[in-house]
Design a protein around this ligand. Structure first.
Ligand SMILES: [Zn+2]
Length: 380
């Protein structure tokens, strides 16, 4: 049997710890022991049931940070997996197991990239940091956002951040995410007057009253998007009303909806426009809003340049910038002023049965991370 690379060895070791959110299952201590050996100063930052750490090597700026999560989503029915999800196996060039792509492979690549980089450049410029949480796949209340609050409170800033989320499509680095859309959800209640369908003059049907307003919301163009973002999208995800009887007009209708929005609008502007439409239709309504993330964008700058240049040099192809996909912890880091990009392995199997990643991709990813560090933290 051929010897595995240090990146694959570490990735296997991490996958074999069943760290379903918010469990960490010892993954972070494994990373910490490797980082301490390189001279990193470690701060363990547990909040409630969530395990987090901040590690930093160097006292000066600029600060380059790798961000990621040790938690994984549940495996689903284990008998459907070709191999047990928490017993990593390498087969036909793929590393298989829960978290292989999202994102224990990236965590391993962070560590081995830093190990090689520090061996070559023990006196690098600035600082290298890692921000690791066990709560990215969960409620994201006590994870990255709390660590960022902690750093902000003492004015410790991140200049550049690579989030190891699986950004790639066909080959590693073909796509990097330089931003994400915002996500704003609402639960709308429209009230009417309940009564017997046979006495329409005694009722006010909230479904009838809401329908034209919903049609207008669905047809509204919220913005045109821009160079980096598709147009803002509004989607109704649920409508519920009724008492269960066909002869009763219900007293209210509940509607759930979500905006995925670009940097051309703000959450407040969207709220105002929704309220205006509801009022124009004369509805009696209220809404509970949940803003799960503002959009962020790192349009250009030294981090995007370094990532692009490294992909060209190490892998020999051009990368594409994209802001598609769901939200990520980048949304908590970018508002501090950091440049943030997501660069990780291919995402075809994330959260699925038989999650897997090409072994070659993890070694390439580690080489990329090392090359990016050299571009940013070594004086030419
Ligand atoms: Zn992830």
């Amino acid at each position: 049997m051929t010897q595995l690379s240090p990146t694959l060895e570490l990735a296997k070791d991490l996958i074999s710890r069943p760290s379903v959110t918010p469990e960490d299952a010892g993954c972070q201590e494994l990373m910490i022991s490797r980082l301490e050996a390189l001279g990193f100063k470690i701060e363990r930052l547990p909040f409630e049931e969530v395990t987090n750490f901040w590690a930093r090597r160097g006292d000066s700026g600029p600060v380059f940070c790798f961000a990621g999560h040790t938690d994984v989503v549940p495996s689903g029915p284990e008998e459907k997996w070709q191999f047990p999800p928490f017993e990593p196996v390498i087969e036909e060039g793929y590393l298989c197991g829960r978290g292989a792509a999202d994102m224990k492979g990236s965590l391993a690549a962070f560590v081995t990239a830093v190990e090689r980089f520090v061996a070559h450049h023990p006196d690098h410029e600035g600082s290298i940091a890692l921000l690791i949480t066990s709560d990215e796949e969960g409620p994201f209340v006590n994870g990255t956002t709390r660590v960022i609050d902690h750093l902000e409170a003492r004015n410790e800033k991140i200049d550049w951040c690579i989030v190891g989320e699986p950004s790639s499509t066909d080959k590693v680095g073909d796509i990097i995410k330089n931003g994400r859309r915002g996500s704003l959800s609402g639960t709308l209640k429209v009230r009417g007057i309940q009564g017997h369908v046979a006495y329409p003059h005694l009722v006010r049907n909230p479904i009838h009253e809401a329908a034209p307003a919903l049609a207008e919301l669905a047809a509204t163009v919220w913005d045109e998007g821009n160079e980096f973002f598709p147009p803002t999208s509004f989607q109704i995800s649920n409508i519920h009303a009724g008492t269960g009887a066909t002869n009763v007009v219900p007293g209210h209708v509940d509607i759930a909806f979500n905006f995925r929005f670009s940097t051309e609008v703000t959450a407040d502007a969207l709220k105002t426009r929704v309220r205006d439409i509801l009022d124009r239709h004369g509805l009696e309504w209220d809404i509970d809003w949940v803003l799960s993330g503002n959009p962020f964008l790192t349009a250009a700058g030294s981090l995007v340049d370094a990532a692009r240049e490294s992909i060209r040099t190490v892998l020999g192809y051009e990368t594409e910038l994209s802001t598609s996909g769901g939200t990520s912890d980048g949304r908590f880091i970018a508002p501090t002023g950091a440049q943030v990009v997501e660069l990780g392995p291919c995402n075809a199997t994330i959260h699925k049965i038989n999650e897997r990643v090409r072994t070659r991709d993890l070694d390439d990813l580690s080489a990329l991370y090392e090359n990016i560090l050299a571009r940013l933290l070594v004086k030419a």
